[in-house]
Design a protein around this ligand. Structure first.
Ligand code: PMP
Length: 413
């Protein structure tokens, strides 16, 4: 994989394009430029290629029909389309339920919906990042139009049992639409829309999170779901998403889905790497929390919180070792506030600031993780040496510093 000598451990931000995907895309960029909607014969290959890609996405999701897949410009558009489309199709209902740890592509839409006068419930999460199904049931009212709960969290990798949650919602009220933002889990764990996810109506995904190209994704819409199109205009995508198809991008997404299906064997390997890395970090570095530890998590994501250090500092020091990772989420970096996800999990301020997200992919090698684990103790130690709260002689927090131990704040010393 071409990463220019960098050890790339930020795959939840984006993934390198698979060489096979690049190969599959080039002909549609270079030679086959036709508009798939054109009626002449020359355009047929482009039309067929889009349909083959649709089949590939449907197959990865275990969908019942390929017509349930609508191509979009990515997960942001898919999330917008899911929520606005659900509300517009059910105008008599004016309540939305989501969680406080969603990606901004859901959270900001929910806030806008709220500004327009709808009622929105933001469900809380536990300190492990998990959701209490009872909170969801309690939040449901006869005017609930849509529930939108992410599958895997982009920052912590914590997985919500959306298959079960959707079933629960449908049992309580079959008219409520259930949407899940599965951007971080598609391609990493298997999907079965016809069994495990049978009660999920809408699902978002984005190609560049599974070694496909940026700027293309899909919204799965279950047959018969009460949903209306979001982008209006031409008749593309059977009138459900207007705009000339991004043929090369769509072909790339299809190829990425085919490769992901073949590479599910990687799940166990990545889980092994994750377990070993987390164990070694805990052994070698004092005062580290693993956000979401103990919860069901993605095999590729570990979110560490090092007390009394600053996340940006960790990233800069790791870059000196040619390692790329992230603190919080790439979309929100630039702000000094701890991420909304860690805040919702009640991660203490002193630790939330020192968060480091490591996200691997099928191209990540054990040697790369060994390198990270080798340099990280030195990086943390040198940052703590300049922290006013850290006593380097004792390699522990300074007396009187407020620390967080086993779920409670207490004074050190
Ligand atoms: N949802 C989640 C959970 C994500 O991680 C991302 C990408 N960071 C998105 C939505 C948005 O995806 P895109 O930028 O491809 O539209």
């Amino acid at each position: 994989m071409h990463t220019d000598g960098w050890i790339y451990l930020d795959n939840n931000a984006t993934t390198p394009l698979a060489p096979e995907v690049f190969e599959a895309m080039t002909v549609w960029l270079r030679d086959q430029f036709y508009n798939p909607s054109s009626a002449y014969e020359a355009a047929r290959p482009a039309r067929d290629a889009v349909e083959r890609a649709r089949e590939s996405v449907a197959r990865l999701l275990g969908a019942g029909a390929r017509s349930e897949v609508i191509f979009t410009s990515g997960a942001t558009e898919a999330n917008n389309a899911a929520l606005w489309g659900a509300l517009r199709a059910n105008p008599e209902r004016t309540h939305v339920i989501t969680s406080s740890v969603e990606h901004p592509a859901v959270l900001e839409v929910a806030k806008e919906i709220q500004r327009l006068g709808y009622r929105v419930t933001f469900l809380p999460v536990s300190t492990r990042g998990t959701l209490d199904p009872k909170d969801l049931l309690k939040a449901l009212t006869p005017d609930t139009a849509v529930v939108s709960l992410m599958h895997a969290n982009n920052e912590t990798g914590v997985i919500f049992p959306v298959g079960d949650l959707a079933r629960m919602v449908k049992q309580a009220d079959p008219k409520v639409l259930f949407h899940t933002d599965a951007t971080q889990s598609v391609g990493k764990v298997p999907f079965r829309m016809e069994s495990e996810f049978q009660a999920v109506d809408l699902l978002s995904l984005s190609a560049h999170k599974l070694h496909g190209p940026k700027g293309v994704g899909a919204l799965y819409v279950r047959r018969g779901a009460r949903w209306r199109p979001y982008l209006l205009g031409g008749h593309q995508e059977r009138g459900r998403r207007a705009g000339t198809e991004n043929v090369a991008g769509i072909v790339g997404l299809g190829k990425a889905c085919d490769l992901a299906r073949e590479s599910f064997v990687q799940e166990a390997r990545l889980r092994g790497i994750q377990r070993r890395m987390e164990q070694q970090v805990k052994e070698r570095i004092p005062r580290v929390l693993i956000n979401g530890e103990g919860a069901d998590r993605l095999p590729n994501t570990s979110n560490f919180a090092f007390e009394f250090v600053e996340g940006e500092g960790i990233l800069m020091a790791l870059q000196d070792h040619r390692i790329l990772a992230s603190s919080g989420s790439a979309c929100t970096s630039g702000s000094l506030d701890p991420s909304h996800v860690l805040k919702a999990m009640d991660v203490p301020f002193t630790a939330a600031h020192g968060s480091l997200r490591i996200s691997t992919s099928r191209y990540t090698t054990e040697a790369e993780i060994d390198r990270l684990v080798a340099v990280l103790p030195g990086v943390i130690e040198s940052l703590r040496r300049i922290s006013p709260y850290w006593d380097s002689d004792r390699n522990a927090p300074r007396e009187g510093a407020e620390v967080f131990i086993q779920g409670k704040f207490r004074k050190e010393g």
